[in-house]
Design a protein around this ligand. Sequence first.
Ligand code: SF4
Length: 886
Amino acid sequence: MNQKVKKDKWVYTQCHRCQSECGLRAHVVDGVCMKLEGVADSSVGSQGGVCPRGMAGLQVLYDPNRLNYPLKRTNPQKGIGEDPKWEKISWEEALETIAEKTKTAYDDDPSKIIIQHGIVAGNQIIPYFFVPMMAILSNEKGGPIHINAAGSMCGNMGHYLNSTQYGAFCIFPDFDYCEYMIVFGTNAANGGFQQWATHNCAQARRRGMKMVVFDPMCNSAAAKADEWIPIIPGTDGLICMAMLNVIVNELEIYDVEYLKGRTNASYLIDIHTGKYVRNQQTGKPYIWDPVSKTAKPYDDYDIKDYALEGTFCVEGRKCVPSWVLMRERFLAYTPENVSERTSVPPETIRRIAKEFAMAAQIGKTITIDGKELPFRPVATYNIRSAGTHKNGFHTLFAMDLLNQVMGAANVPGGVVSAGVECWGHPDTHRPYLACKAGKDGFTQTAGKWLFPEGGFWPFRDPQKPKHDLEEMFPTAMEMLWVNAADRMEVLEKANLRTRHEVLINYATNALMNGPSPKIREAFYKDIPFVVDCDIYSNEFNEAFADILLPDACYLERDDWMGIQHSYHNIPTGVGQPWCFHTSHHVVEPMYERRDMAEVVVELAHRMGLTPKLNGYYNAELKLEGALALKPDEKIQWEDLCDRACRSHFGEQYNWEWFTEHGFISWPKKVEEVYWRPFKKDVKTMVYWEFMLNAKEKTHEIAVELELEDYWDWDVYQPMPEWTPCDAHLADETQYPFYTFSWADTFHSNSNNQELAWIDEVSVSNPYSYFVNINEDTAKKLGLKTGDHVKLESAAGYMVEGYLKTRQGIHPQCIGIMGVSGHWAKGMPVARGKGIHFNQLIDFSIRGMDPLTATVDILVKTKIYKIEKQGEGHEAICCAGGIRGGN
Ligand code: SF4
């Protein structure tokens, strides 16, 4: 019998369907990928497993609805709902057109170009798109405008705080030792955690770690917790402040030694100005030494002790340690007076506060690898949600102070930084990152893992804006205000209106994943030339793109580093080795799909910018000597991956080695994980004095531009204070429901719903595509599961969907899964399913957090039954929901 021998191989790569970037092995038979499975021994992501989203990656590869050829728009009309009337074109035509229009704008004024990207999209080469594009398209006249389309609705309010306090983009509880974790408003079992964290959290729970979840919905994190405490959205900061009051002022439990030596709690504050009393020669803030009874600069070698209490006179000014002011600030927040607003009983707040403080075991130590360290096994945790409000920064500030007063920062059991202290691979000492004491003694982060480009502290001063207002928000990581309702009004007032000529968009469906598509429509329609590179024809490109490029997906491309390696997904803990995966194409890109990283190389070549691009890569990837790219050498992508690996790990660890082994791993040192006790001069800020200077400078610019009415100036405070976000000010009788979106387990980005397996699960799930409301509330309103309802916001935005009643949601709340409700023709599986929550968000400059430019995603609505889908329908698109009940 003549039996055909099949070509059978396994390929190491990585999943890029979410930020976890799990290691994958792909089984390929005769050039067809048959199966994806996890990589045993990897500490990254699922640590050997693959989640349902990852398994559905096969459908990303073989989806018949994927883009396969370059397309151009033939319908001159742009906007939501317009049919682009795509026409197939050659790559040559596409690249020539893009290069010519971009070069013209670059030569004239680079700020006429916008570089826009997303966070996670199934293609995931964002670092190889926007960073080099920003670099090569900058010249002496300036640089392009950068937009991270979803960033300011993500962890925007937290990353600067994390960087300043912990030196890291992301922070996590130390699951190896934590004994009491409080989660605020994050569905930590999926959306909020990387998969390694979910695994380690589950192990910590098995070990006995207590988990308390404050959340308006009993989501999958709350369902796995010891205690779910329903809370009114946007009030988490009140709970934290009341807990701080109970712990500090009533129980008087706090880590005195930590506060004295490792924070600025002892820095002397002028009681009239709120600013540090500084040494007039050196500018260094003073502390009071109660032993010598003198004021000394904070880093004086001869400090015997630090005063946390008392009133002093230094440099002719009456002053107190900042800790005195902090304690006074907390006094205003008692469990009794925050109870009504949060809906959490005062006795619950007191009990949780006491449990948390007692669990911290202040004074206790632990010995790990022969090193005796403070043991503080408590942690608060949040990413997004609780902070995605106008009061977001102050909420997270208060939340972190709970850790700080317990001394639980970068010590065993507390909150630890992801990948900020790394001494590198033993052979090369790369990548090397180390925190140090910066201005005024505070944590100066070395940068992100593999991108040690400098940290966030000290903040830059606010500047008078040149094109947009971005320069006025030095504490904002992402600035989405280009999509604000009042943007044009503000630009005209400030005489700043810029005409953007070219938008290059990569891997973000900016109409779906940001606020207010209707407002965004006006902005994007105004741009004469829009290029998009994606794997689907979606809502954004159908509305605005002139040219649409078919991107290779992550299973069709090589990648020496995923974006999240440098930001999010570095497992913490001594038992979690450093682990560095590479991605390798499982199959060659099908049809005419191309890898965007290579498209960037080609565009640079056509625009005569290859030397700039090569210079960027030489610097960024540390390509030196024989590894360095020559100025005019055209980059071959696999060759660049090879050089990057050799540069970081040594000659023997070349691309071939990584192709064979998939990842490299080496042990972590205790000093890398719990770095703070080893760096006695590095301090955190419990009192953010610099906010007062930031306020003065920002206000000065705003007055000059006649924009001061757009800011809420009271939020520039050195200590946390809770203020209501706009939803809390809406008319309670007309719009009684706090309406929010939540992260479902099976979804991690807006194109996930296009995958048939995920769709099948979501359709079967009784909650995913429905308007979720409390069962008792629904009864009072005469509503039931399956009713077709309309939600109307105070600002007049509306969506429709089908109702699902449940007990596990706060009676004053309505929950909608984000992001669903697609309407693009190019996404036929997802189309018409679920509700597009973001249509309810009324995004304005006055409505965002002025400190971090975070979009407030809480909406106050009314709800009522409508008989027929589409009746009185003023929403932008279908926003339909699927019919059904339980
Ligand atoms: S979707 Fe995320 S968690 Fe799931 S396998 Fe992929 S990277 Fe891992």
